[in-house]
Design a protein around this ligand. Structure first.
Ligand SMILES: NC(=O)c1ccc[n+]([C@@H]2O[C@H](COP(=O)([O-])OP(=O)(O)OC[C@H]3O[C@@H](n4cnc5c(N)ncnc54)[C@H](OP(=O)(O)O)[C@@H]3O)[C@@H](O)[C@H]2O)c1
Length: 265
């Protein structure tokens, strides 16, 4: 796909995987609009990308767990005819569902991880289809392939992102627009600071651990090859395929065992 001259909207583009998608797109000549909550981190990310790649970078501070903010971002961008949408902003909490964050925070988490991505896609995809080109990249996770006890709402949200992407991939065939889900395993980012001090390396015995820049580069290559979904890393790909063959109650119990907080992990 040609990115030069296109505008790419990257949600959660101020750090981690979103920042690396932004840098990878800028390296291919796209100008950027980055959205996240912290204005200061957005400004810092934009300045770094502008000086490194010489592309235009705009920032919009918005809390995408709020419906009004999502509508504002969608409306502002729809008129700009963005060629690429990366639905990346997301967060989650670790812990037994009934003991974790209360109903209001659960609402915010699901709104951010699921509703904001669906609504932004609804706002921007029609323009891409009309113009006959564009791409939507949705950040799912290997959490999409099985229920995830102790991250129940987060895992379910990532399953939504995978299913949503696959459905739109099929609907968009022949339009010139690509839709793809990226499903990473553990990636070394600030994301893990919200997981009760857990360390992504605890999953090393099962899968690999990636750097965010690897996810972005490999993700854009997978998009170029027309994939509907992309699981970075051979071990994670094998695991995702194997899980699909096992009975769901067994998978749920095994996942509970893997994710249970054990001393020293
Ligand atoms: N790291 C992993 O192991 C991993 C694995 C699989 C999938 N993923 C997915 O990859 C995506 C990016 O995660 P990451 O690891 O790069 O996390 P990260 O480093 O914590 O970055 C999250 C980004 O989202 C923004 N954000 C968070 N809450 C927001 C809100 N309410 N409204 C707007 N922006 C918000 C953050 O900026 P502000 O805080 O300033 O808003 C930041 O730019 C997420 O969807 C995550 O579920 C991560």
């Amino acid at each position: 796909m040609l990115y030069r001259g296109k505008t790419a909207l990257v949600t959660g583009g101020s750090s981690g995987i979103g920042l690396e998608f932004a840098r990878a797109l800028a390296g291919r000549g796209a100008s950027l609009v980055l959205v996240a909550r912290s204005e200061e981190r957005l400004r810092c990310a934009a300045a770094g990308i502008e000086s490194e790649y010489g592309v235009g970078v705009e920032t919009m501070a918005a809390d995408l767990s709020e419906k009004a903010s999502v509508v504002r971002v969608g409306d502002a961008l729809a008129g700009r005819e963005p060629g690429v949408l990366v639905n990346n902003a997301g967060n989650g909490h670790y812990g037994r569902f009934v003991e974790g964050p209360g109903a209001e925070e659960v609402w915010d988490e699901v709104s951010l991880n699921v509703a904001s991505a669906a609504a932004l896609t609804r706002a921007l995809l029609p323009g891409m289809i009309r113009r006959g080109e564009g791409a939507v990249i949705n950040l799912s996770s290997t959490a999409a392939f099985q229920p995830v006890p102790y991250m129940a709402a987060y895992g379910a949200g990532k399953a939504f992102m995978l299913s949503f992407s696959e459905a739109l991939w099929a609907e968009c065939r022949g339009t010139g627009v690509r839709v793809m889900a990226v499903c990473p395993g553990a990636v070394e980012t600030g994301f893990w600071s919200d997981w009760g001090g857990r360390d992504p390396r605890r999953y090393n015995y099962l899968t690999g651990i990636s750097r965010p820049e690897q996810i972005a580069e490999a993700g854009l290559s997978a998009l170029d090859s027309g994939k509907v979904s992309f699981v970075p890393g051979v071990r994670d790909r094998i695991l995702a395929r194997s899980i699909a063959l096992a009975p769901r109650p067994f998978v749920a119990r095994a996942s509970e065992w893997v994710n249970r907080l054990k001393p020293g992990r």
